[in-house]
Design a protein around this ligand. Structure first.
Ligand SMILES: Cc1ncc(COP(=O)(O)O)c(C=O)c1O
Length: 317
């Protein structure tokens, strides 16, 4: 089949059983990994980019040819750069200096204008905090007004969770023949978790939020250790719009070191080259099989490609 554009190649990613890892770790149960790093922008955020832009064009909030602006840790921006490039919209990505440089390079190559915002005082490269993100948000708002642009708004636009409610989760359910008992996901905007949880609740599948240890705002923990290397989330935002009224079965925490070691396990035992949050999801899935979901079948998303972390310490093995 010939697709009309690469935008049509977003989604419908493979689902792979991690049987080598469950055997190696001596786990009772199954883990199924949705390979969303195989999307055109090498991340699951392509899905949200596609649905937000298509929805905005359909409802008239985005005019043909209008500039699009978004705050991004790199992946949402890459998805938007692809979709906007194909559909003919100039795109401005606003990103923290704390995110890895590969991301900015890739977005520029795809035609985006990339604005890098310095980190808050005391910020550590590779660790993007809520304070860093607040600075990026302020700049994104400024640019949106200046350019009379459409703000894609991954934290607020319903197209983000809808992409996972009608895409990611039903795909997992169909590919697994309804075998999944639980889903867990490291939350950034909460779009993946919120949208998937809404669909899975109707199938009797439990959904869990995954957060960095020491930064568990969704779990209601008011801790003050925002530093972690898991890019794309863990911003200590207690009230994520996409998680309001979403049925969650519980909360799991993963340390930066656990996320790293499990990302390496994915590569070593399964040949799956993901990023930190993929390792965080795997680590959380192992905790579910060792705890409340012993003998169950856990679905996780491989959120983005390990190639996006070559400049970090993730692969200094
Ligand atoms: C690598 C990575 N993991 C996880 C997430 C979190 O996904 P969501 O925004 O759907 O909660 C993101 C979001 O940008 C991401 O880039």
């Amino acid at each position: 089949m010939i697709l009309p554009s690469v935008v049509d190649a977003i989604g419908n990613t493979p689902l792979v059983e991690l049987s080598r890892l469950t055997a190696h770790l001596g786990l009772d149960g199954r883990i199924l990994a949705k390979l969303d790093y195989l999307n055109p922008g090498f991340s699951k955020k392509d899905r949200a980019a596609k649905v937000i832009i298509e929805t905005a064009l359909a409802d008239g909030t985005l005019a043909p040819g209008q500039t699009v602006v978004e705050l991004t840790s790199g992946n949402m921006g890459t998805g938007l750069a692809i979709v906007c490039g194909v559909l003919g919209h100039p795109f401005v990505a606003v990103m923290s200096a704390g995110n890895s440089v590969e991301r900015a390079r890739m977005m520029r190559a795809l035609g985006a204008e990339v604005v890098i915002v310095p980190q808050a005082p005391g910020g550590v490269a590779g660790q993007v905090s809520g304070a860093d993100l607040a600075l990026v948000e302020a700049r994104a708002q400024e640019i949106t007004t200046q350019r009379d642009a459409f703000r894609a708004d991954q934290f607020g636009h319903p197209g983000n969770p809808i992409a996972h409610e009608v895409g990611t989760a039903p795909e997992i359910w169909a590919q697994s023949n309804g075998a999944v008992t639980s889903f867990c996901d490291f939350a950034g905007s909460g779009g993946t978790l919120g949208g998937a949880a809404r669909y899975f609740a109707q199938q009797g599948v439990r959904s869990y939020a995954v957060e960095p240890a020491g930064a568990q705002a969704i779990a209601g923990d008011r801790t003050d250790h925002p530093d972690h290397p898991i890019q794309g989330g863990g911003y200590m935002m207690a009230d994520l719009a996409h998680l309001r009224d979403v049925p969650l079965a519980g909360h799991l925490s993963v340390s930066g070191d656990e996320a790293k070691s499990h990302t390496r396990l994915l590569a070593r035992f399964e040949g799956i080259f993901g990023g930190y949050s993929s390792g965080a999801n795997l680590c959380a899935a192992t905790a579910l099989l060792r705890g409340p979901d012993r003998g169950g079948c856990i679905a996780i998303v491989i959120c983005d490609s390990g190639l996006k972390y070559l400049s970090t310490d993730l692969w200094e093995i």
